[in-house]
Write a protein that binds this ligand. Structure first.
Ligand SMILES: [Fe+2]
Length: 547
């Protein structure tokens, strides 16, 4: 029998870190979490067979641990977490990683099952694996599942950006951003499995963990700091835990909404296509945070929802990649800039489904057509050397719009700068200024009637001056962006590609409405009780849930 455990995590977590490769400085050094299988070292990792269950269905846990016995606690998360089960004394087994586990799945044995009670409330559930060995006690690994259930008249549905979480999850050293199997610096795995653990920090972070965007602008003359990276490395969290995940993005929204007295259900992105009726049961569908990866079918589902009268509030940024889901949704596919050479759909009659940027002409469905903004005309702000000394907020161009009612704003005011809500990746448009008002340029395929309400500046080029101690996050992205935006990478095109924007827009489509504040960090304003961010969010949700 294992001992009783606290629900709180210790701040200093154990590390199963493997240094992967030395970059040119500390920030670029990559490391990842994985199984060591050292009997002297306590480790426990668990994943579930699916992301989403219904009442009466069975959650299957798969675990590798060096502990003889371990526990799994199941908690419905929110402002008042609610424990539903504590499964004690589960037999542990240490299992290795098979070849290409990151795309084929770990294939660990089933360690435990849990039948979802018939009366379990809808929501987001955190499953924490807890192990002890001698005097060492660890709550080491957090997984999750969602329980979509339209059991009473809630009006707001939060769709978790699970495609982006999967893309960034670097557990075992592979993601859509890193991987050992290719040849250049930004190696990546085009296929990633659901059947592996979530890296530490994606589902849970300690209170006060720094956010990805720097709250205080970098001082003039100083090189950029990377507080989130420094925190992650020193405390044993994933290098990417501030980039995506429940803990950084969706959870702050849910907790803010619940504190406001709003009731919010949570589903995964895949639930939008598994059960399209789920969307239509709600008056308002919300997306928050870093929301970069969508399938074709997900876009179709949300557009249909809007056309038929649904309202979408997107407080999120970086709408960028088409993905495909294979193997019953357990494998996520994205070939990015390798699409022409690697994607089997390239050059076929199905090439609209190639897994790459939405701006790719083969797809023929630019990102701005769905939510009114495109990451192609963003993207970086408030991080590294990208727009590092921006205001951190949105400059207001339409102070009389209903979203700002009650704030008594004027043209040129800035909202959200204290909380740095503008960053770290933002969605914008190519635009022209007419009489001091930005409007989408003829290049953009925005929905008719779209209005730009507010804006800030973003950058795709970190200004480097070669000073001692200077380090870059992304460096120069202008060639890639120029090719995607303009089809050429001439000097002039690259200079233009360095410049981007992030915007707040609103428009009607069919019988529905869309409000889109195109910034990953909008939730920082909710988390930090920034008055303007909270007020605008409330205005939008109130209007979109009105009968
Ligand atoms: Fe991103």
């Amino acid at each position: 029998m294992s001992k009783k455990v606290s629900a709180e995590l210790p701040e200093q977590m154990p590390s199963n870190f493997v240094p992967r490769r030395q970059g040119f400085d500390g920030v670029k050094t990559l490391y990842y979490e994985t199984v060591f299988q050292d009997p002297a070292y306590l480790e426990v990792f668990t994943y579930t067979d699916r992301m989403s269950y219904r009442p009466g269905e069975t959650v299957r846990f798969h675990t590798s641990t060096t502990a003889e016995r371990f526990d799994i606690s199941i908690v419905r998360d929110g402002i008042r977490p609610q424990k539903l089960a504590h499964l004690e004394g589960i037999s542990g087994k240490s299992v290795g990683l098979r070849d290409r586990f990151y795309e084929r799945g770990c294939d660990w044995p089933e360690s435990q099952t849990w039948r979802v009670p018939d009366d379990a409330p809808a929501g987001f559930y955190i499953a924490t694996s807890v192990a002890s060995k001698g005097d060492v006690h660890r709550e080491q690994e957090h997984g999750f599942f969602v329980l979509p259930r339209k059991d009473r008249r809630k009006e707001i549905l939060l769709v978790a950006a699970t495609g982006t979480w999967r893309a960034y999850n670097d557990w075992g050293g592979h993601s859509h951003y890193v991987g050992d199997n290719l040849i250049d610096y930004w190696q990546f795995a085009p296929k990633v499995t659901l059947h592996r653990p979530w890296a530490r920090g994606f589902i849970w972070l300690p209170p006060g963990a720094p956010r990805r965007a720097t709250k205080q602008p970098t001082a003039i003359g100083s090189p950029p700091r990377y507080l989130q990276d420094e925190f992650a490395f020193s405390r044993g969290f994933s290098k990417f835990c501030g980039s995506a995940g429940w803990a950084s993005y969706e959870r702050p929204f849910l907790c803010w909404a619940e504190a406001q007295g709003l009731e919010v259900d949570v589903i995964s992105q895949a639930d939008m296509i598994a059960d399209p009726d789920l969307l239509t049961a709600y008056k308002c569908v919300v997306f928050v945070g870093h929301d970069e990866y969508w399938t074709w079918e997900m876009r179709e589902a949300i557009e249909q929802y809007i056309e038929s009268g649904g309202n979408v509030a997107r407080f999120a940024g970086n709408f960028h990649f088409q993905i495909r889901l294979e193997d019953d949704g357990t494998t996520q596919v994205c070939y990015k800039d390798r699409v022409s050479e690697k994607d089997p759909l390239a050059g076929t009659k199905d090439e609209r489904r190639v897994a790459t940027d939405w701006s790719d002409p083969r797809i023929g469905w630019p990102g701005e057509q769905t939510f009114g903004l495109s990451s192609e005309y963003g993207c970086f702000a408030g991080v590294g050397g990208n727009a590092a000394r921006g205001s951190g907020g949105f400059t207001i161009y339409d102070p009389n719009h209903w979203a700002f009612e009650g704030l008594y704003l004027g043209y040129g005011d800035v909202i959200g700068s204290e909380a740095q809500i503008f960053g770290y990746e933002v969605d914008g448009l190519d635009y022209e200024m007419i009489d001091g008002i930005p409007r989408p340029s003829a290049r953009m395929k925005t929905p008719e009637g779209l209005k730009i309400l507010a804006m800030g500046l973003a950058s795709n080029l970190e200004q480097a001056y070669g000073r001692k101690g200077e380090s870059l996050k992304w460096g120069d992205e202008t060639t890639e962006v120029a090719l995607r935006r303009y089809g050429v990478a001439t000097e002039a095109a690259r200079a233009a590609a360095a410049r981007g924007s992030g915007m707040i827009v609103a428009f009607q489509k069919g019988r529905g409405s869309v409000f889109h504040a195109g910034s990953c960090e909008w939730v920082a304003g909710l988390q930090q009780h920034d008055p303007a961010t909270c007020h605008v969010t409330r205005n939008v949700l109130d209007r979109f849930t009105r009968s």
